[in-house]
Design a protein around this ligand. Structure first.
Ligand SMILES: Nc1ncnc2c1ncn2[C@@H]1O[C@H](COP(=O)(O)OP(=O)(O)OP(=O)(O)O)[C@@H](O)[C@H]1O
Ligand SMILES: [Mg+2]
Length: 379
């Protein structure tokens, strides 16, 4: 039994992390499906899923609302769910707004939400997407009765952003200097933002492109509005961290077998470990498979074969036999290259278990595709 079996049975929170485009959203959905099949009430919080996958999960619109995936959709793909599967498409902007609505002092909410600085900063801030996704997770865990929450994460260019997100956000909301020196000074028109570039962190750097007296006054008011949020943030950031590091949470690190992403995955694995995050498994996704014999050829390959044997060779000077031999040789080579990368990954991440998932001929965009993927994830 794959290590993921006990995971979906016992954990409360699973977080799929990894480089861009490796299959985080797909694996998150697949884990949710399997957990629901086995009797748990589970919600998958996806971020920007491919449209077809979203449709097949019944997610027609963005908005932080969970939708139950209809049992007949699951049944149509041969999945008899003993539990319940819910899915949600996280709207990151809306999650920020929700956060402000919940935690800002009532008399300041509108001023914060309406400020153009808020609009700019909440979208421009590095790491803010990761942060708000985790924040949403804590909220769901606190307020709903799901047995299991599976969190997909945004495409992260740099693994550090993900772990550093709470700090960045704290910097954004709460730089002491900004609150107590900059804001009143700005208001009095005594100082421009440039001065603070020397001492200020990321926050001030982001703001320093705004200039002009009127803008600075507006900014000062915005900062004063935000000031009381600092403590809330600090507390929530601690809760997020506590939840991530909890023994009831687990990270699933997804990667493709390409050299570059394997490097990134190894780096990410080290960082997670150093930060005391519980990594349950590495998933090497879309691994090229060697062709064992004609019985294992994919439909597309069989088509190509048939075409070749029928002599529809196009303009190539090579004979069908030569071309077929070359194709098989290439496939074998790709499989060997991937295998070597997977071995390197497994060694670097040991003792974290590694699961290898083959590359399918088509995208995984529906419940049946997720079910097929689970045959490998839970082999
Ligand atoms: N094993 C697989 N075989 C074939 N296609 C796959 C496999 N796993 C995922 N895919 C496809 O790869 C594409 C990318 O997957 P997915 O969207 O899950 O990646 P992601 O890591 O969430 O990307 P992003 O970082 O952009 O959010 C999708 O079209 C998906 O259907
Ligand atoms: Mg994704």
């Amino acid at each position: 039994m794959s290590v993921l079996g006990p995971l979906i049975a016992d954990k409360r929170v699973l977080i799929c992390v990894g480089s861009g485009g490796v299959g985080k959203t797909t694996i998150a959905a697949a884990l949710g499906l399997q957990a629901a099949a086995e009797g748990r009430k589970v919600v998958v919080c996806t971020i920007d899923p491919a449209r077809r996958l979203a449709n097949s999960l019944g997610l027609t619109e963005l908005g932080n609302v969970e939708t139950r995936v209809p049992p007949d959709k699951l049944a149509a793909a041969g999945v008899v769910a003993k539990g319940e599967l819910f899915a949600m498409m996280l709207d990151l902007k809306r999650s920020w707004d929700d956060f402000i609505l919940r935690h800002a002092p009532p008399e300041r909410r509108d001023a914060i939400l309406g400020s153009r600085f808020y609009q700019q900063l909440s979208s421009a801030l590095v790491g803010s997407q990761e942060y708000v996704a985790m924040e949403k997770l804590v909220e769901l865990a606190e307020s709903r009765d799901y047995d299991l929450l599976v969190l997909d994460t945004p495409p992260t260019a740099n693994a550090l952003d993900f772990l550093d997100a709470p700090n960045r956000v704290l910097d954004f909301f709460g730089d002491e200097k900004v609150r107590w020196m900059l804001a009143p000074a700005l208001k009095a028109g005594r100082v421009g933002l440039k001065m603070f570039n020397l001492t200020g962190g990321y926050f001030v750097k982001t703001l320093s492109r705004f200039t002009g007296m009127e803008v600075l006054q507006e900014l000062s008011e915005f900062l004063l509005c935000l000031a009381p949020m600092y403590d809330v943030f600090k507390e929530r950031a601690a809760q997020v961290k506590e939840m991530l590091a909890s023994p009831r949470s687990a990270f699933v690190l997804v990667t493709s077998p390409s050299t570059l992403t394997v490097d990134e995955a190894i780096y990410f694995h080290t960082l997670l470990r150093q930060n005391g995050m519980p990594i349950a498994s590495v998933v090497a996704n879309r691994v090229h498979q060697a062709l064992g014999g004609a019985g294992e050829l994919s439909p597309a390959q069989l088509d190509a074969l048939a075409e070749l044997l029928a002599g529809a060779g196009g303009s190539s000077s090579a004979s069908p036999r030569e071309r077929l031999a070359r194709a098989l040789h290439d496939a074998q080579l790709l499989a060997e290259l991937d295998q070597a990368e997977v071995r390197r990954l497994a060694q670097a991440c040991a003792p974290t278990p590694l699961i290898s998932v083959p590359r399918f001929d088509t995208d995984v965009h529906d419940v049946a595709g997720l079910r097929d993927l689970n045959r490998h994830l839970f082999a």
